[in-house]
Design a protein around this ligand. Structure first.
Ligand code: PLP
Length: 372
């Protein structure tokens, strides 16, 4: 067995598996309780839209066939939405796949990628798996310090990862600062701008100076922007996301991409939800209202939290975060410990429906009031 581990490539040998949020079924089995609230994976809390359900049901008759590997219809629709050419779009099995494929094109052993402290952990897993080095830049006020990140780029650097907004901190970088970074770094360093939470940050005015990076691609062909259907669009289980890039990078992505990486139900659902503007705007509205509710509740409890423009919020625990996490679990509320993000005293809670947020706030109030 040990021999097998020795046989694995250097990058893979050093990896630690990504820890997903605890599934509801698992907690149900462990505790034997029902009515569990999961606020641990930043999912859309709304029920699936009828249009999406209908599209998937209609497409079921074709699942004996491979999906459309070129994702023709979806690319056409996304190109119109993002005002780019179809040749600039790459569809992935979740945006995680396109993030990883982009890194695999440009990054290898002996090279480095720049990431921020507290940034989405998947970047470091990708860098490590490629036996490359992560240059981790200290955060400022929990957020990416893009000025320091630009300075951290050295001769070995091939990729810079930016999560905007970032998970788990909910912090964001202004479009002007992103452009300044692009101006400063060499044009042979690829910037991967992960906009998984774009729609939440883009509504309302909380995220001052925030904006889509996609229009910058024309002037900075070393920029790749990724988006996902997993969050505001509510398709997390189907695994679908995309990258917008220069046509040249899209061509490279297309060479590396597995031929049928996205399933027919995922393609059908993505097409349907893009037509369901009402669903997406409701998804963002419910999140905005839920964020106000969470901020009020955490403030009333006297807790520190990091202002967030995503669909989640990280708050500081007045005592051991794992103890509070476990006590919340016992009350049927799943949140997310973020020790691996160098935030051992914080917990991250996703914004749910009003009654789910209430369940969380009530449980947290009880847990904090209980003496150990
Ligand atoms: C959730 C998330 C993603 C999206 O992952 P998918 O593979 O598209 O489901 C990407 N980046 C960040 C920062 C995320 O939190």
């Amino acid at each position: 067995m040990e021999k097998m581990i020795e046989l694995a490539s250097v990058g893979v040998r050093g990896l630690e598996a990504y820890q997903p949020g605890k599934p509801i079924e698992e907690l149900e089995r462990e505790l034997g309780i029902a009515n569990i609230v999961k606020l641990a994976s930043n999912e859309c809390p709304l029920p699936t839209s009828d249009r999406v359900k209908h599209a998937i049901e209609t497409g079921i008759k074709d699942i004996t066939r491979y999906p459309d590997g070129s994702a023709f219809k979806l690319k056409r629709k996304l190109a119109a939405k993002e005002q780019v050419s179809e040749s600039q779009i790459t569809i992935g099995s979740g945006s995680s796949e396109v993030l990883e494929l982009t890194a695999r094109i440009f990054l290898g052993a002996g090279q480095s990628a720049v990431v921020s402290q507290h940034a989405f952990i998947v970047y470091r897993l990708i860098i490590q798996s490629l036996a490359a080095k992560a240059i981790v830049v200290p955060a400022t006020d929990w957020g990416h310090d893009v000025k320091l990140m630009a300075q951290a780029v050295d001769d070995t650097t091939r990729v810079v990862f930016i999560a905007n907004p970032n998970n788990p901190t909910g912090t964001w970088v202004t479009l002007a600062d992103i452009e300044r970074l692009l101006q400063k770094i060499p044009d042979d360093v690829v910037v991967i701008l992960d906009e998984a939470y774009f729609d939440y940050a883009n509504v309302g005015s909380a995220a001052v100076g925030y904006g889509s990076g996609i229009p910058l691609i024309e002037r900075y062909p070393n920029l790749v922007v990724t988006r996902t259907f997993s969050k505001a669009y509510g398709l997390a289980a189907l695994r679908i996301g995309y990258a917008v890039s220069s046509p040249v990078i899209a061509d490279l992505l297309n060479r590396l991409r597995p031929p049928f990486n996205v399933t027919t139900p995922a393609l059908d659902a993505a097409l349907a939800v893009l037509d369901d503007l009402e669903f997406v705007s409701r998804s963002c509205q419910v999140n905005a209202a839920g964020m106000v509710q969470m901020v009020q509740g955490l403030t009333q409890l006297g807790l520190n939290f990091i202002p967030s423009v995503g669909n989640f919020i990280a708050f500081e625990c007045p005592r051991d975060a794992n103890e509070i996490y476990n006590a919340l679990l016992k009350k049927g509320v799943i949140v997310r410990p973020i020790g691996v993000y160098e935030m051992p005293n914080h917990l991250r809670v996703s914004i749910g429906l009003e009654e789910e947020n209430n369940r969380f706030l009530t449980a947290l109030t009880e847990v904090l009031a209980a003496t150990r």
